[in-house]
Design a protein around this ligand. Structure first.
Ligand code: ADA
Length: 570
């Protein structure tokens, strides 16, 4: 299961989950289940290097492969032909083979999780960066035309809903093709033609935009997460004229279809408030990394679901996908459970020297493009974020923030933007986002002084009012403390569960009782493995600030958060 709803009504994709051959450089081949992280295979627990995954696949003449996530770098081959190259573990890519001899072919994915100069985003870090085909992959039989992407934007006009549909259609054949588009949804009275018949040149793509009324649609909200499926069909304008080379019996007048879901809601910034369906929003969330000791970052659906059930149990209503786009299935579940999402591109804690890596800007921007291309339709996503804790205090860093915000806004004007800063009192980028957000750790990191969380927060808020961030909504995007599961003592020693719970019991009310704050994301949901160079600062080589440990066993802090999130809900 790679999505929680069928993405086609006609030809269903073939999932490629199952057993593949895995061979790391210089080692014997073994059979492994895909998707998975290779750090979960015995003998590969800390393997950093290259490996090849391969299996046979049954192809038709035109076949499209989709990989939801390969960590970090992938080269996809069919037999000996290179179909696609992709960098970055957390976004999807396609690989298309055309003019194939129908039958069995060998699909191989060459994967690397190496750290090197070519990789600006995957580096030694305060989370682990795994290897493997870590998210679902599938293949689909293509006709000459297919829907490459479908974006749905709900709009509220004159007290009624409408929907903007934007579909990218691509012609993979060597001939021009004629087509028109139709759309189908529960809120449309009948199948609606959304483009006139037109010709698309060989190898070309076209974007079709059309607004349709959706007057009868129910409004989506966290309490009423009503989702609608919207299908678009690429239709042949001349269905009676069967092409000479087509098989008359199996000939279809529909080239391709695509289903996406939409939730009709609004999210906007007005002055210093975030408004959701016109009402002031209070965010109570957690930061979540994709991690489990038995699965690495390849989290099975059952765990995604149970993570979100724990969120709901604590009274949380939101998740920040720190620090990268998360599995599309996880986002589907957020849509269904009414959990709001801050999704961000993949960049954590880069100082200026790292931002000057010649690949940094391109790699960050690609993640932004792919994230918005793929995750645009999730009503759960209410904020786009970028460049967590990077050099927003330097001129060079500001240049990157400027470019990336410009790109983000050009790709989606329907959601507010932000970035999580740690440049207290010297950030020079607060004019760029719609929402100002800071990470603070009062009572945990001593370098921030030992003043109370209330005082530290107020000083920060007072300073922001002297910057171009004045008058914007404000979020705490990280706050928390470390605690090792099962380590208890009454001295409130660092790393005890007792101390973690105590620190959070002071931090949370300081934030949620401050009327200038629109919400909080606690750092973090579960403990996560970190890379080797972080081990000296991280007992167990883990970031231990989870309110549950890596096996999702609740610490004392879990109950503290649960009590406070319920008491302080506005
Ligand atoms: C930062 C960072 C997180 C994590 C956290 C911590 O603010 O954004 O990724 O490293 O601090 O645990 O210190």
């Amino acid at each position: 299961m790679f999505r929680s709803f069928p993405i086609h009504t006609l030809n269903q994709p073939t999932e490629l989950s199952g057993m593949w051959t895995f061979q790391a450089e210089g080692r014997e081949p073994i059979q492994v289940y895909v998707p998975s992280a290779w750090e979960t295979y015995p003998g590969y627990e800390s393997y950093r290097g290259k490996a090849v995954y391969s299996r046979d696949v049954l192809c038709t003449e035109e076949t499209r492969f989709v990989f939801e996530g390969v960590s970090h770098t992938a080269d996809v081959y069919l037999d000996d032909q290179l179909l696609a190259h992709h960098y970055n573990a957390f976004t999807a890519f396609e690989a298309i083979a055309t003019g194939l001899e129908p039958g069995i072919h060998r699909l191989s994915v060459h994967v690397s999780n190496e750290f090197n100069e070519e990789s600006a985003l995957h580096t030694e870090n305060d989370y682990y960066t795994f290897g493997g085909i870590t998210r679902a992959c599938y293949m689909e039989e293509l006709d000459s035309l297919y829907v490459q992407s479908l974006h749905l934007t709900p709009v509220r006009e004159n007290d009624a809903w409408a929907l903007e549909i934007e579909a990218v259609i691509r012609n993979v054949s060597e001939d021009p093709q004629e087509f028109y588009l139709e759309a189908e949804a529960d809120f449309l009275d009948e199948t609606t033609r959304i483009s006139e018949p037109q010709e698309l040149a060989a190898g070309a793509s076209v974007t079709i935009c059309r607004k349709v009324a959706a007057a009868g649609a129910e409004t989506y909200s966290p309490d009423h997460p009503k989702l609608y499926e919207v299908a678009v069909y690429i239709c042949d304008p001349d269905p009676d004229e069967i092409p000479e080379d087509a098989d008359a019996e199996s000939y279809s007048s529909i080239y391709d279809d695509r289903v996406e879901r939409v939730g009709f809601r609004t999210i906007e910034v007005k002055g210093s408030k975030i408004l959701y369906n016109g009402k002031e929003l209070q965010i109570r969330g957690f930061n979540r990394h994709e991690y489990h000791p038995a699965f690495g970052c390849a989290i099975p659906p059952q765990i995604m679901d149970s993570d979100l059930n724990l969120f709901l149990d604590t009274g949380a209503n939101a998740v920040r996908t720190s620090h990268y786009p998360q599995d599309p299935l996880f986002l589907d579940l957020c849509d269904e459970k009414g959990i709001m999402v801050w999704e961000e591109n993949h960049a954590r804690g880069f100082r200026e020297d790292k931002m000057r890596n010649p690949h940094f800007e391109d790699q960050c921007e690609n993640v932004i493009r792919e994230m918005i291309r793929d995750d645009y339709n999730h009503p759960s996503i209410i904020i786009w974020g970028l460049l967590n804790e990077c050099a927003s205090e330097t001129e060079y860093g500001r240049g990157c923030y400027e470019k990336q915000f410009a790109l983000l806004k050009s790709l989606d004007h329907s959601r507010p933007t932000s970035f999580a800063s740690c440049k207290h009192f010297n950030d020079i980028c607060l004019d760029l986002p719609d929402i100002v957000s800071f990470n603070i750790y009062p009572g945990w990191y001593d370098f921030q002084g030992m003043e109370s969380p209330e005082v530290q927060l107020q000083k920060l808020l007072d300073w922001i009012q002297t910057t171009p961030g004045a008058g914007k909504p404000f979020l705490i995007t990280e706050i928390g403390a470390g605690g090792i599961y099962g380590y208890r003592n009454p001295n409130m020693d660092k790393w005890t569960e007792d101390n973690q719970a105590e620190v959070l019991s002071k931090q949370i009310p300081a934030v949620l009782n401050n009327p200038a704050v629109s919400g909080i994301f606690i750092w973090q949901f579960c403990d996560v493995r970190v890379t080797r160079s972080w081990a000296m600062m991280r007992p167990r080589q883990m970031n231990n600030k989870g309110i549950v440990d890596e096996y999702r066993r609740p610490k004392l802090a879990y109950y503290t958060v649960k009590k406070l999130y319920h008491e302080l809900t506005k």
